[in-house]
Write a new protein. Structure first.
Length: 356
């Protein structure tokens, strides 16, 4: 007579093997003996928003009023230009309150005047290089893993190129990545004097733009990973980047370490924490608005790609700052519900004229 119990249908060794496959997929078998089969996803590490928040360093202020962030230690590389802009110190009034000083919107957005934005870009170039006329190259970013080789002659036409990364070994031009939540990554080859800049939103990150971009540097310039330094600039932090299960599935399809990039974040409202009974609902567990949300750490995702590309851990610098919760310093597309200016992250090779 054949028993209907799971333990008699399958040997324990087979059950353990099946359980191991469930674990790898982020699932867990129902252990109560019911016919329901698979239960919900295994829980992630629980953290508060405060634990995940990183604070940006104090910006440098140029004499033209532009405030920008530098990478600690990169000033020792005397041939290198670099910087991460903030929203402070420009000519734009499209995104600031009426009595506030002008802001440094660097994107040709629908809300701002094109000539004002062009003036802001000259101010940034002056703050970084000392010369407002330094060519600045920006792309038409499309959330891809495409990387273009560029130079001084391309500064006026690159805006029509569809890509999300640039690299050059030509002096005298700034490579510029525009962001308002996505992650900017700058890379420099100290030995061969080559630089690259990457725009890593979640789509570009899933497509490994940073990892493949470093590979492009190796092919084009002969760059060796041990000679590279990298900086990950301000973007939306894990403290604020709540995502859905479809995002988790996208990352799990590409990275063995994907689950290490996600956290469960609970509401940290002090009133709810102190008086939880006031916020009880009749909803089923896991469906209340008070419950945890899944948050993605894009900064760590791109740091892991740099490591996978061979860049040494001590050569990777994370600037810090969350664009969404530090909106007094940064523009944030998500934090402002889609109406935001753009920052720029720039890197370049100092020209002979600038060095003299």
């Amino acid at each position: 007579m054949r028993s209907s119990s799971t333990s008699q249908k399958f040997p324990e060794q087979q059950i353990q093997a099946i359980d191991a496959l469930f674990e790898q997929a982020g699932l867990r078998r129902n252990l109560r003996g019911k016919a329901a089969g698979v239960t919900g996803r295994i829980r992630f590490a629980r953290m508060s928003r405060q634990e995940l928040t990183t604070v940006a360093p104090v910006p440098r202020e140029d004499r033209n009023g532009v405030e920008w962030l530098a990478v600690n230690g990169w000033e020792k590389i005397d041939w290198l230009w670099h910087g991460f802009s903030t929203r402070r110190g420009g000519l734009s009034r499209a995104y600031c309150v009426e009595d506030a000083p002008g802001e440094l919107n660097l994107g040709f957005t629908a809300d701002d005047d094109r000539e004002i934005v062009a003036g802001n870009r000259r101010l940034l170039a002056e703050a970084i290089t000392g010369d407002a006329a330094t060519p600045l190259t920006a792309l038409k970013q499309i959330h891809s893993n495409l990387v273009r080789l560029t130079g001084v002659a391309d500064a006026d036409r690159a805006h029509s190129w569809k890509a999300d990364g640039m690299m050059t070994d030509e002096p005298g031009v700034l490579l510029a990545i525009q962001t308002a939540d996505c992650i900017p990554v700058l890379v420099a080859d100290r030995k061969r004097r080559a630089v690259a800049a990457f725009h890593a939103g979640w789509r570009g990150t899933v497509q490994r733009i940073v990892e493949s971009g470093v590979g492009r540097m190796r092919l084009k310039f002969g760059s060796q990973p041990e000679d590279l330094v990298a900086a990950i600039g301000p973007g939306i932090g894990a403290c604020c980047y709540a995502v859905g299960d479809e995002m988790l599935s996208s990352f799990e399809s590409q990275f063995a370490y994907a689950r290490e990039l996600f956290h469960e974040v609970y509401d940290s409202d002090p009133i709810r924490t102190r008086y939880p009974m006031l916020f009880l609902t009749q909803r089923a567990p896991g469906h209340s608005e008070i419950g945890p949300s899944l948050h993605l750490d894009l900064v760590e995702a791109n740091r892991r790609q740099l490591l996978a590309a061979g860049v040494k851990a001590n050569a990777i610098h994370t600037v810090g700052g969350c664009t969404s919760c530090q909106r007094e310093l940064f523009f944030s597309h998500r934090g402002s519900e889609g109406r935001a200016g753009r920052m720029m992250s720039v890197v370049g090779i100092r020209s002979a004229a600038a060095a003299n």
